[in-house]
Write a protein that binds this ligand. Structure first.
Ligand SMILES: [Zn+2]
Length: 328
């Protein structure tokens, strides 16, 4: 019997979201909660509760499975969590624990990979066989869709665009490395630039948004001030866009994608950052590659849930087709 639905789960550092999703990409039921801070088992229990809520009243035989996107390095073949910087999940066999409790097949993947699958299936990259996904949030994530398939690398860790060196000996990144893209574009980096600006006289708009305290300036304050036309905040985002653009020039020269999709919480409201990055790519990529299009993601906060559900559908369908008949 053709299954109708899959469950997508997006595990974030602050929120957990789940949805029961049709093959068409329509989420028929969505639910979310705050990410528990009382340890790994509380997080897994919360994920299981969300799945139960999303699937309540639905015939299990019509559900292809559960896809879970995590902000972690996932060993895709072994379905294990190799490293998870912001949540204490690496010691737990999340896949097995969840599968045994919800009685559905469960597939784990990196959250940026899920976002790329979502944008590929239902969003900004539908019909595009070669594209690069970048997610700008607390961290900077990435994913590569090459020749129509997600490129995972030898163990599933490919696409960590945020950890490319953009300046030798630059500021320390969350991973411990120096001068990585994330150390310029992650939320903490943009907030730090905002705090520095708020301490000088020209940074009055940022200071005001933070209640008069320069130390309280967040990345969201920078984005909101820029949207309101504050030149100092605009300068911070344009500089971030310039750095992103320079990194993209290298990626575009290396991979020759048709499209670059920029998503994540920061990109969704920072048009000028994305536009500046697109300008840099258009001006500096090697000849023959400059027709690449740089766009914002379309699915917004839904990309993770929809992409994880699409992943579960793909895994289900690949199990249904005899190996020799799979499209390679
Ligand atoms: Zn790094």
């Amino acid at each position: 019997m053709q299954t109708t639905y899959a469950v997508g789960v997006d595990v974030g550092g602050t929120h957990l979201a789940a949805g029961l999703v049709e093959r068409s990409g329509r989420a028929v039921r969505q639910t979310q909660t705050l990410t528990p801070t009382s340890g790994p088992f509380a997080i897994v229990d919360a994920v299981i509760d969300l799945i139960a809520e999303a699937t309540s009243g639905t015939d299990p035989s019509r559900i292809a499975g559960v896809g879970i996107g995590l902000p972690a390095l996932i060993d895709f073949r072994n379905q294990s969590i190799e490293f998870c910087a912001n949540l204490p999940l690496a010691a737990i066999d999340v896949r097995s624990v969840v599968a045994s409790r919800v009685h559905l097949d469960v597939t784990l993947d990196n959250d940026s990979n899920c976002a790329a699958i979502g944008e590929s299936r239902y969003g900004a990259a539908t019909g595009v066989r070669d594209f690069v996904m970048i997610t700008l949030g607390t961290g900077v994530g990435g994913a590569l869709l090459l020749n129509g398939a997600l490129y995972r690398g030898s163990r599933g860790f490919a696409g960590e665009i945020g950890h490319m060196v953009v300046r030798l000996g630059g500021p320390q990144c969350s991973c411990g490395g120096l001068g990585h893209l994330e150390s310029y574009l992650g939320r903490p980096a943009i907030a730090a630039r905002g705090r520095d600006a708020a301490r000088i006289s020209r940074g009055g708009a940022l200071r005001t948004r933070a209640g008069g305290d320069p130390d309280a300036v967040t990345a969201e304050h920078v984005v909101q001030a820029a949207l309101a036309g504050d030149s100092v905040a605009c300068g911070i985002l344009l500089e971030a866009g310039e750095i992103l653009g320079e990194a993209l020039v290298g990626i575009v020269n290396l991979l020759n994608p048709r499209l670059v999709v920029i998503g994540g919480g920061i990109a969704g409201s920072a048009d000028m950052l994305v536009a500046r990055a697109a300008d840099v790519v258009g001006a500096k990529a090697l000849a023959g590659r400059r027709d690449v299009t740089v766009v914002q993601a379309l699915l917004g906060n839904d990309a993770g849930v929809l992409g994880a559900a699409a992943l579960a559908l793909d895994e289900h369908d690949s199990r249904e087709v005899p190996f020799g008949e799979r499209a390679l």
